[in-house]
Design a protein around this ligand. Sequence first.
Ligand SMILES: CC(C)[C@H](C(=O)O)[C@@H](O)C(=O)O
Ligand code: SF4
Length: 474
Amino acid sequence: MGQTLYQKLWNQHLVVKGVSQPDIVYIDLHLIHEVTSPQAFDGLREENRKVHRPDRTLGTMDHGVPTTDRSLPFEDDIAKKQVDALRKNCKDFGIKLYDLFSINQGIVHVIAPELGFTQPGQTIVCGDSHTATHGAFGTLAFGIGTSEVEHVLATQTLKQYQSKSLAVNFDGELSLGTTAKDIMLALIGKFGHDFATGYVIEYRGDIVRNLTMEERMTICNMSIEIGARAGLMEPDETTFTYVKGKPHAPKESEWDEALSEWKKLYSDTDAIFDLEVSLDCSVVEPQVTWGTNPSQVVSINDCVPSAEGLSKVQAEMTANALEYMALEAGTRIVDIAIDTVFIGSCTNSRIQDLREAAHIVRGYKVAKGLRALVVPGSQNVKKQAEEEGLAEIFINAGFEWREAGCSMCLGMNPDVAQPGERVASTSNRNFEGRQGRGARTHLVSPAMAAAAAIEGHFVDVRNWHVKLEEEVVE
Ligand SMILES: CC(C)[C@H](C(=O)O)[C@@H](O)C(=O)O
Ligand code: SF4
């Protein structure tokens, strides 16, 4: 019987097959950031251990870093301590670190792919749940806890049980204005935020084949929001073209060798998945979350749902979410006014995301009284966006243009939303308090966030596309 891509990756990295205990798998790349690594290094010091493969470990600072002037002292003491600890740990243990002022600094899941560290066929771990992002390259990538970070630092291996495999087929075609973010939100909305618990997802279908690497990363990034351990996709020409020439990608004869291995990374036609589901993407419209987990989502032209007719548990969840979000059932999504727009995070802060948002914003102004931020995922993205003139478009429209980091994706740095503030956000989580205590998050695509920033409330970005096309014709 054939193997799924996931099974192939697992078997290729298997060090010891566990009997009545987890397997031991080899880790090709270990990414670390300031939040989940300090205790792991403390553990190493206590045991007098070294980092086994400092050359396969890479550090960056992202969660707590300020995105405004970095020559000023940190406002946040905890963030300062974490950043200082990471700097010391990387120095003491010989690990490459992209520090505050490095051109390569940025969100861990943005920098590793753009620098060519992320490559097909690898196992990648990080003490961070959105590590699944790297699965877009045909790698097995997932988040681990701090004690596992210590284990990987010490041994370059991880103890893990193999997950079940889930095939997600994206069928149909994407219509203009509907993005990778929308189909992922629609998928989570259809099946629920814990549907894929215990599974590794493989995203399949022509739609996936036609997506750019940025779009593929957006989808894999949100695998954890449907409960999956990881999410991945077969690498193809799009993947290889993206990786080729990146600073840390294989070169010359090593490239040819790598490529011939990468071309074997697909699920065999007779491979059997433990579960298979489909989403018809042709009918997916731009999505907006209304609740406090990403599955509480509707289309832009829908209304806020009511708890009526739901099971007791569901009804209670809905009522609680509506209360926190200060929304009334039956309100049209397009009538929801917003205070803040955040374009950023490891889901949607890559160059394509910024291009799509800038395309909407060009020549317009942010609605009066609204705060709008663009936070590039990395300093490299920032530089490129400045060179392409995107930064200027945002700044002229009244957006704040920031340094790279996690920023308002979560309240671990000075970019927090105030209690009661309503935010249109391109990030991946809308949990209570996620963007600041009492802050209300609506997850959307970059284009939807950009259009909302101009109008001051949610709008169907597809109407904007029509409007922009008409302007070109005139
Ligand atoms: C702080 C970190 C451990 C956390 C994660 O694991 O994902 C964060 O990145 C998040 O997105 O909530
Ligand atoms: S951008 Fe958000 S989701 Fe991504 S790693 Fe940072 S905090 Fe986590």
